[in-house]
Design a protein around this ligand. Structure first.
Ligand SMILES: [Zn+2]
Length: 301
């Protein structure tokens, strides 16, 4: 894990600290080089700092390194402080944010808010993340479908609901009285065509480490073929899949409450955002850095 520079804890602190481009530039540099400048070409440790161009220049070989290289902000004409502000709002606003909300908070145009949000959302997908392991609960849920008596924008137009597979890690721990406790670890959610053994197999292979102990209900889709290579337990109907059901419940509340229903075409994007928020719910600073593309060199959940 890469050491992260310290991070403002409140909105007020954030606004004060990152009100100028220079401060954002310094933050980018300390994210890239927590231990101080190192030239990526020759390894030299002395540099000139060109604050106005947001560049570091190596004193040994002359290599110039842009502060935004490899980040979401590279090549954008928006000021760094606008990106920082948008990423902070999106990362710390727990139920997520619509373009209209972001527009209001930032005092920018709707077009700008939409663009920033779109880019930040894309940064929520991490294809290189590691698979779930340990103990995992999996299940499926139907999202959306016809909504009676509701019309207008945002109401899902699907004839049928959309099938979603979910998997969540279950982490056991002991509370201060010595009692057995469980909590949810990382989450994965994927739109699926069917709940047959082949689809389940593909979902598991992509998202869950082989050898993991998987808890499911009695659904026949979870066949021996689908579960080959995993340890499997059918759970008791009453305690069955408590954590994944809770995650599905939160997902539905979030989709209906914040977004007032979602077009099935875009459902996977919303699932990605839901997973991103869930997995980083206790680390807003990591969320902020991931959104801006600052943490790509470190392992992230
Ligand atoms: Zn150099």
């Amino acid at each position: 894990m890469v050491a992260r520079p310290d991070f403002p804890k409140t909105l007020k602190e954030f606004r004060e600290r990152f009100s100028q481009e220079d401060a954002c530039f310094e933050y980018l540099a300390s994210s890239r080089w927590p231990e101080g400048f190192v030239c990526p070409r020759c390894g030299g440790q002395a540099c000139w700092i060109k604050t106005r161009r947001f560049e570091h220049k190596c004193q040994s070989c002359g290599q110039q390194i842009s502060a935004t290289a490899g980040t979401l902000m590279h090549g954008s004409h928006f000021p760094l402080r606008e990106w920082f502000w948008a990423a902070y709002l999106v990362a710390t606003h727990t139920p997520g944010m619509s373009a209209t909300q972001l527009q209001r908070q930032m005092g920018c145009s709707y077009k700008t808010a939409w663009y920033l949000l779109h880019r930040l959302r894309r940064a929520m997908v991490n294809e290189t993340r590691s698979r779930l392991s340990g103990r995992v609960e999996t299940d499926e849920v139907i999202i959306g479908g016809p909504v009676r008596g509701k019309r207008g924008r945002g109401v899902t137009a699907a004839q049928h609901g959309t099938l979603v597979f979910g998997a969540v890690e279950v982490i056991a721990y002991t509370n201060k009285h010595g009692g057995y406790m469980e909590k949810a670890g990382r989450l994965r959610l994927t739109v699926a065509p069917r709940a047959d053994a082949g689809s389940i197999r593909r979902f598991l292979e992509k998202n869950v480490e082989p050898g993991t102990e998987i808890g499911t209900d009695q659904w026949k889709g979870y066949s021996t073929t689908a579960l080959a290579g995993y340890r499997h337990e059918h759970q008791h109907p009453e305690t069955h899949a408590l954590h994944i059901h809770r995650a599905f419940g939160n997902l539905k509340t979030w989709l209906n409450g914040t977004h007032h229903g979602v077009d099935p075409k875009y459902l996977q994007n919303y699932l990605d955002e839901c997973v991103f928020r869930f997995n980083r719910r206790k680390t807003p600073m990591a969320a902020f850095q991931t959104l801006l593309g600052l943490a790509t060199r470190s392992k992230s959940p």
